[in-house]
Ligand binder design. Structure first.
Ligand SMILES: CCCCCCC/C=C/C(=O)SCCNC(=O)CCNC(=O)[C@H](O)C(C)(C)COP(=O)(O)OP(=O)(O)OC[C@H]1O[C@@H](n2cnc3c(N)ncnc32)[C@H](O)[C@@H]1OP(=O)(O)O
Length: 280
């Protein structure tokens, strides 16, 4: 049996939390044999990306980057949900300072994941709408379990995916298909996602998905790591630079948009619908 070590065993504040991981909403396990790190999101109930989960994701990605892991596999501890995307509660009736920190942290996570020098793959073991799809498409390879859905459904919520969400999507799909899917806010079934190329493979269990991701990451074993990382970064440099250049504007644009009464009303109705569905 492979020995794995759990990174981040130091508590964030004080010895009383020594038993928990430093990044409480994510865990990182490094396979000693392959050097591949598995980064697991574990925020109940649906891995909604709130400020704290985003901070933990950023910390974990940085940790994996600095530990010179051979690869990063992103997955979820939830059996049916990879990530429900951005936590809508962060955007509904937002608190002024927190929403700024929230969006800034999302930018940080995208810059680190999309721009990671470590090869990345997503084991999509559940539904992956919007921000979940952003995380998955920021990785270099995707393996998904059957009977789930993935896509950028923002227009269905009456909101607009920013340019950098589109960049990740466009790094996977041809422009014509990406544009149509985004305009429709289309969610793809696993089978449809495979057919269109939004995912690379399917797997019948999370373990198999992780194995297939590891096999993909293993294809780089004999490639010079620096040459590989620089090549990847050259492909992604323009997208990354664009957000770096426009970070402040992007934040202000988001704040302006999200605070529009019509947008708030739409989010409220959407949330209400989610809650009603959950109660059934
Ligand atoms: C310039 C401006 C730019 C603005 C851009 C903003 C870009 C936005 C990106 C986003 O990511 S927006 C979020 C989009 N996400 C969704 O639309 C997903 C919605 N959720 C679902 O479809 C389903 O919940 C699910 C993920 C398929 C899971 O279904 P399941 O049946 O397993 O669980 P539920 O009973 O539906 O949910 C349980 C529980 O969780 C709450 N919840 C679900 N998703 C979210 C969410 N994204 N944020 C906050 N809360 C969420 C749901 O309401 C239930 O809550 P309770 O009723 O139990 O309290």
């Amino acid at each position: 049996m492979l020995r794995t070590k759990v990174l981040s065993l130091v508590a964030r504040s004080g010895p009383s939390r020594l038993m928990s991981t430093a990044t409480k909403l994510t865990t990182v396990e490094v396979n000693d044999k392959t050097g591949i790190a598995t980064l697991t999101m574990c925020r109940a109930p649906v891995n909604g990306l709130n400020l704290e989960l985003l901070k933990d994701l950023k910390t974990s990605i940085d940790e994996i980057e600095s530990n010179k892991s051979r690869g990063l596999i992103l997955t979820s501890s939830n059996a049916t949900i990879f990530s429900a995307g951005l936590d809508i509660m962060e955007m509904y009736n937002p608190e002024k300072e927190r929403i700024r920190a929230f969006w800034t942290q999302l930018q940080e996570v995208w810059l680190s994941l999309y721009g990671s020098s470590v090869p990345t793959a997503a084991a999509i073991n559940g539904h992956s709408p919007a921000g979940g799809c952003l995380l998955a498409t920021s990785c270099e390879y995707r393996v998904m379990l059957p009977k789930f859905t993935i896509g950028l459904n923002e227009t269905q919520l009456g909101i607009v995916a920013p340019k950098w969400f589109m960049s990740s999507f466009l790094s996977v799909l041809p422009q014509r298909q990406a544009e149509r899917a985004l305009n429709q806010g289309r969610m793809f079934s696993t089978e449809e996602a495979l057919q269109i190329g939004l995912i690379d493979e399917t797997a019948t269990s999370k373990e198999e998905a992780v194995e297939k991701c590891a096999a993909f990451l293993g294809t780089f074993a004999r490639v010079n790591p620096l040459a590989r990382a620089l090549t990847k970064q050259q492909f992604r440099a323009a997208d990354l630079q664009q957000l770096e250049n426009e970070r402040k504007d992007d934040l202000e644009k988001f704040l302006f948009f999200i605070n529009q009464p019509a947008v708030q009303k739409g989010l409220g109705i959407y949330l209400e619908g989610l809650k009603k569905k959950a109660k059934k």
